[in-house]
Design a protein around this ligand. Sequence first.
Ligand code: CDP
Length: 208
Amino acid sequence: MIIAVDGPLASGKGTIARTLASKFGLPYLDTGSLYRATALAVLDAGDDPADSDAAVRAARGLQVDAIDETRIRTAEAGAAASKVAAIPAVREALYQVQRNFAYQPGGAILDGRDIGTVICPDADVKLFVVADAETRARRRWMELKARGDTITFEEMLAQTLERDARDSDRSDAPMQAADDATLLDTTSLSIDAAVAAAIAIVEKRQKA
Ligand code: CDP
């Protein structure tokens, strides 16, 4: 079984995907980590994330097994990730590693922005997880604060709106729900309720 989980920043897709992975015994890939790690490599080299040559070089040289899980989680890496992700040649460089992961024997679960539309258009289950922007900004702000980040709520809200716009408006693989995706709005759901709703969607699809 292949499960595709897409949605905007801090919609709950990561938590949902991780829980579904353990519930259904599937390997899990957070595809955002590939874009974040590419962006971090660009920043570490002192280059501009919007510089296509620098970003493509970083994407092609990415060592997926050596991603620094702590350093990629900053607000700065997230903002830069959405800039490198808008470059078609970067997406192309990261395409095959995602396809290989998705189509391994036994299936997999991936989360991101374009899993149900571009990476796995024939996924068995597609979820598109949403929540209103203020709720998402507040969730991410609390997470980042707990990690020692000094970003303010207002800055986080501005970044949320900016990333939403950049991810939705780009010409290559824009963030959008696949026609056959099930929409899950987590705005007023607890984590447990959101996860339970996602499990119910997968189980319903399995029976269909
Ligand atoms: O966790 P969060 O929702 O903040 O973002 P992420 O999943 O770590 O992704 C970071 C950025 O990478 C997003 O804003 C997108 O621009 C990009 N991305 C993408 O374009 N396609 C994907 N499949 C995954 C992430």
